[in-house]
Design a protein around this ligand. Structure first.
Ligand code: ZN
Ligand code: ZN
Length: 253
């Protein structure tokens, strides 16, 4: 897996919003396509070589770069090579099309559908892409959001998406090799309008509850250092802890 966006909702220099690229042979699955992440993706492979993009939820820091990716697929050097599968959460297509409807159609038959093969995933069922299996769990967030587990050849990665403490996400990540977990909240900061995110300490608690082998902290803001994030998560999790960084590559398994 290559981290292509490790920032929380505000992208910053050298750190884009949510995106993780999992590659195995010809298979290349991007989980989320947040603001700034598509430029990062281009360092690793051309847009046409992406098998599928899977979007966890319809917050802009998780899907906005589907638009620049669309430009690459439509006007790039290998334009119209083939459509990329775009797997959205239920009802995601409606929101995405509403946004795209505000843009000039550029004489396209279908602004998005010309380059993406769009469908909604059913979060209650397993999804097969090549020899990989994806399974989902609803998270505790402000809008419908789905954590996802990628599994292939006995190795697994679980991506928390955006969530507060949620046992169903821990269950999804049971004994996973890599648990990519959000750590948005600063230590001691409490959400006032309902819960929807985790602190690094809570991310550690989620990893412990899931019995994950390794915790990768991600979706964090600019106010914390790696050392702070790790020491917070260390308070609750004994396994290996890594702070995600854009272009960081990790083997799954
Ligand atoms: Zn987010
Ligand atoms: Zn969100």
């Amino acid at each position: 897996v290559t981290v292509l966006g490790s920032s929380s909702s505000i992208p910053r220099p050298d750190r884009a919003c949510s995106c993780y690229l999992v590659r195995r042979g010809e298979l290349a699955i991007a989980f989320d396509m947040g603001s700034g992440s598509f430029a990062n993706l281009r360092r690793h492979l051309p847009a046409e070589d992406v098998t599928a993009v899977v979007i966890s939820h319809m917050h802009p820091d998780h899907f906005l770069d589907l638009i620049p990716m669309r430009y690459a697929l439509r006007y790039g050097p290998r334009a119209n090579g083939r459509k990329v599968r775009l797997l959205l959460p239920p009802d995601g297509e409606q929101l995405l099309r509403k946004m795209a409807d505000a843009f000039d159609s550029e004489s396209c038959v279908d602004y998005l559908g010309d380059v993406y093969e769009i469908s909604a995933y059913d979060p209650t069922r397993a999804l097969h892409l090549g020899d990989a299996t994806l399974t989902f769990a609803p998270t505790a967030h402000y809008i419908p959001t789905f954590a996802v587990r990628y599994q292939a050849d006995g190795a697994s990665l679980t991506f928390s998406a955006d969530t507060a403490l949620e046992p169903r996400v821990c269950e999804l990540g049971r004994a996973t090799d890599l648990f990519l977990c959000e750590a948005t909240l600063l230590p001691g900061v409490h959400e006032t309008n309902g819960r929807g995110h985790l602190s690094a300490r809570e991310a550690g608690a989620m990893a412990r509850e899931a019995d994950a082998r390794r915790l990768i902290l991600t979706h964090y803001g600019s106010e914390t250092s790696d050392a702070e994030l790790i020491s917070e998560a260390r308070a609750t999790f004994n396994g290996e802890i890594t702070v995600a960084d854009d272009h960081l590559k990790l083997a799954i398994g």
